[in-house]
Design a protein around this ligand. Structure first.
Ligand SMILES: Cc1cc2nc3c(=O)[nH]c(=O)nc-3n(C[C@H](O)[C@H](O)[C@H](O)COP(=O)(O)OP(=O)(O)OC[C@H]3O[C@@H](n4cnc5c(N)ncnc54)[C@H](O)[C@@H]3O)c2cc1C
Ligand code: SF4
Length: 492
């Protein structure tokens, strides 16, 4: 522990300021300024860590990140050791350090009676500093095993599995149906949260290590799942949970109502092409429109930031439930990760947030476009169900509606049809305790097996699934397995 009195001397959190709203709304660049350089307070913030005997931050982080170790190393300015400790548990801290909701901070012991250690900012500072100092280099395996692995899906789960398996000496090919690698990191999360150069420089490292990438290939169409199984010794299914939750209300088929991903993906493509205002043919734009976003989560917040940058006339986010509390409620005590009212960088930038809003109908104009939403106040029934309260309906004008109500699960039809793989009652690709699907040599990692979740869980599952694949191929493994799968049971 670098400074035994650090947490007594510095009692407040200090973070680098975000770029001013009026400046950042004019571009698509990261809203934060992250480099450790220019953060004179970083050392003393890292020094607030108490190096707890029982570091609850480890338990809070699905990756089991060695947080007190790297807090100490940052305090000492030992960047090379700090990145080694960070990479020991996390393949991609540049992603989690930017967009993880940081459950580690909710479980930080210091947060019992002081603001938590700024763990996430220390994490991203380490990896940014490491890249800037040339400390992130390829880890080429010393010998090849001769075994081959196909990873289907290039989100954080697939990439983590691929990097671990390549480093273990297997020949790994990552297949991705999108034109570029990255999964939701690339085409879901906008640049103002995660600039795509962070993905590209990590992919360069992975390619130098020997991982092969095949974007633009849909498994099940371009290559059948069975053919893939015959061609490779093992297959990792990391296809995400991409099926959106529908809102089947009267008027849903009107023009101008879209799923969030049908809005975000083309917007991200346009930003990647360097022409954010030139959307692909037929893609929805918020420019000059009254936008209503249904759903108050991460996806809705990303739609908000995108709509504001496209020049929306107004943006209203509707959430069906109550406004979450500002402070930890008694029934979500430390060290749990509480559900609190969050103000994302997009919320800072504008828009209105309405709670207890139950949409009951989409209303048309004369041309068949959406004109307004009919919305009622949400009423909670004694059995916990939420229903529209009769007599409270009112209209909210809208000419673009984005349905951002989460995802029901992965697309499983083709996999099931071509291989007979078991699917759980919740529609997830079934796997056992060792990430193995119901078919020999097939493993499942990330949202495809657990449902839509977080990047940190996807990385943790990708690492753990890699350990299971290595054991399957080699009989034993030295790869770490940070988490057990959430969906344990195969359907009987
Ligand atoms: C808009 C949005 C914002 C989010 N923001 C955050 C955030 O801020 N923080 C956070 O922690 N999490 C966030 N999440 C959740 C997070 O992105 C996911 O939990 C995570 O990306 C899941 O990783 P994955 O590797 O399992 O799947 P994905 O990232 O979904 O990747 C799966 C990939 O598989 C590909 N694929 C599917 N089927 C096939 C096939 N048959 N052949 C070839 N390729 C295929 C898909 O094209 C996709 O690229 C967000 C999600 C969304 C939708
Ligand atoms: S719980 Fe907080 S104070 Fe304790 S070791 Fe972890 S980061 Fe440091």
């Amino acid at each position: 522990m670098a400074d035994p009195r650090g947490f007594l001397k510095v009692r407040e959190r200090e973070l680098p300021p975000n770029r001013p709203v009026e400046v950042r709304l004019r571009d698509w660049k990261d809203t934060h300024a992250h480099r450790a350089e220019g953060q004179p307070f970083l050392k003393e913030q890292a020094g607030r860590c108490m190096d707890c005997g029982v570091p609850f931050c480890h338990q809070g982080c699905p990756l089991g990140n060695l947080i007190p170790d790297w807090n100490d190393l940052v305090w000492r300015g030992q960047w090379a050791d700090a990145i080694d400790r960070l990479h020991a548990t996390n393949n991609f801290p540049e992603f989690t350090g930017r967009v993880c909701p940081a459950p580690c901070e909710s479980s930080c012991v210091l947060s019992i009676n002081q603001p938590a250690v700024t763990i996430k900012n220390v994490e991203v500072s380490i990896i940014d500093e490491a890249f800037a100092r040339g400390l992130v280099t390829p880890h080429v395996p010393e010998r090849l095993t001769g075994s081959t692995v196909a990873v289907v899906g290039s989100g954080p789960a697939g990439l983590a599995a691929a990097q671990q398996l390549t480093r273990a000496g297997h020949t790994v090919v990552v297949y991705e149906r999108d034109p570029a690698i990255g999964g939701l990191l690339r085409y879901g999360i906008p640049d103002f949260k995660l600039e795509k150069s962070h993905i590209d420089r990590r992919l360069a490292q992975m390619e130098a290590e020997g991982t092969r990438f095949r974007p633009g290939v849909t498994i099940g169409e371009d290559i059948s799942w069975d053919a893939l199984r015959r061609r490779f010794d093992a297959v990792v299914v990391a296809t995400g949970a991409t099926v959106p939750r529908e809102l089947p209300l009267p008027g849903r088929d009107l023009a101008g109502i879209h799923f969030a991903m049908d809005y975000l993906t083309p917007a991200n493509h346009a930003v990647a092409a360097g022409t954010p205002d030139e959307l692909p043919e037929g893609a929805p734009s918020a420019a000059g429109k009254h936008v209503v976003i249904i759903g108050g989560g991460d996806t809705g917040s990303d739609c908000l930031g995108t709509a504001l940058r496209q020049g929306a006339a107004s943006v209203t986010t509707l959430a069906i439930g109550k406004k979450p509390p500002l402070e930890r409620p008694a029934h979500q005590p430390w060290p749990t990760d509480p559900i609190l009212f969050e103000v994302s960088t997009s919320h800072e930038e504008g828009g209105e947030r309405t709670y207890l809003a139950s949409t009951v109908e989409f209303l048309p104009d004369a041309d068949g476009n959406v004109r307004a939403l009919k919305v009622a106040e949400t009423q909670y029934l004694p059995d916990g169900r939420r229903v529209p309260a009769p007599g409270t309906e009112h209209e909210i004008p809208a000419d673009l509606v984005l349905v951002a109500m989460g995802f029901t699960g992965p697309e499983t039809a083709v996999l099931e049809e071509q291989t007979g793989a078991e699917i759980t009652d919740r529609g997830l690709v079934a796997r056992g305790d060792d990430y193995a699907a119901s078919l020999p040599g097939v493993f499942v990692a990330g949202d495809a097996g657990r449902g839509q979740s977080l990047i940190v869980w996807a990385i943790a599952e990708g690492r753990a699934a890699a350990a299971a694949v290595d054991t399957y191929l080699q009989g034993s493994t030295e790869l770490p397995a940070p988490v057990r799968p959430r969906t344990l049971a195969l359907r009987s």
